[in-house]
Design a protein around this ligand. Structure first.
Ligand SMILES: [Fe+2]
Ligand SMILES: [Fe+2]
Length: 163
């Protein structure tokens, strides 16, 4: 075999080459995410659905103004959800309630910085499409790492109060 000949490289079909480098995945609601069978679960379900709609927009590189509008909506929804969660954790005396409240503040501050950067963009570049996924990553990370920490506490309090 002549090793000076370049080896043929696999070529992706044209449709695949048009796809973004790192597509954001959609995911279903999973039973282990259920925490209170109430306001928290309702908000989390909405967030999962909204995150999936955003992923669709991002994966297809659809209307940038729609992406920014959806991020603004997600920011507002997150702030409302955090207020609800903070109130429930304070009322039920969750021991790490203050720490959790601060985590919410950090997420909203990061969300605001990302949103301010993206709102100034009129012709998005690849890095902007990538950055638009960051708020969702922050929220998913928080839900899996932090929210699930109070699951057993809220479930016990709910059982005691007959929720
Ligand atoms: Fe939450
Ligand atoms: Fe939270």
């Amino acid at each position: 075999m002549n090793h000076r000949q370049p080896l043929p490289q696999p070529v992706a079909p044209a449709a695949d080459r048009d796809q973004p480098a790192a597509a954001s995945e959609t995911f279903p609601w999973l039973a282990f995410l259920e925490i209170d069978n109430g306001a928290i679960d309702r908000d989390h379900r909405e967030a999962v659905a909204e995150g999936n709609r955003l992923s669709e927009l991002l994966n297809h590189r659809q209307s940038w103004p729609d992406v920014v509008a959806m991020l603004r909506q997600a920011r507002a929804r997150s702030a409302r959800h955090f207020e609800t969660e903070d109130r429930i954790l304070a009322q039920t005396r969750f021991p790490e309630h203050e720490q959790h409240r601060r985590a919410h503040e950090h997420i909203l501050a990061a969300f605001d910085r990302i949103l301010a950067e993206l709102e100034a963009v009129t012709v998005p570049e690849e890095r902007h499409w990538q950055l638009a996924q960051a708020p969702r990553d922050l929220l998913v990370d928080h839900c899996l790492k932090d929210d699930l920490r109070f699951k057993s506490h809220v479930m016990q309090m709910g059982a005691r109060r007959g929720w």
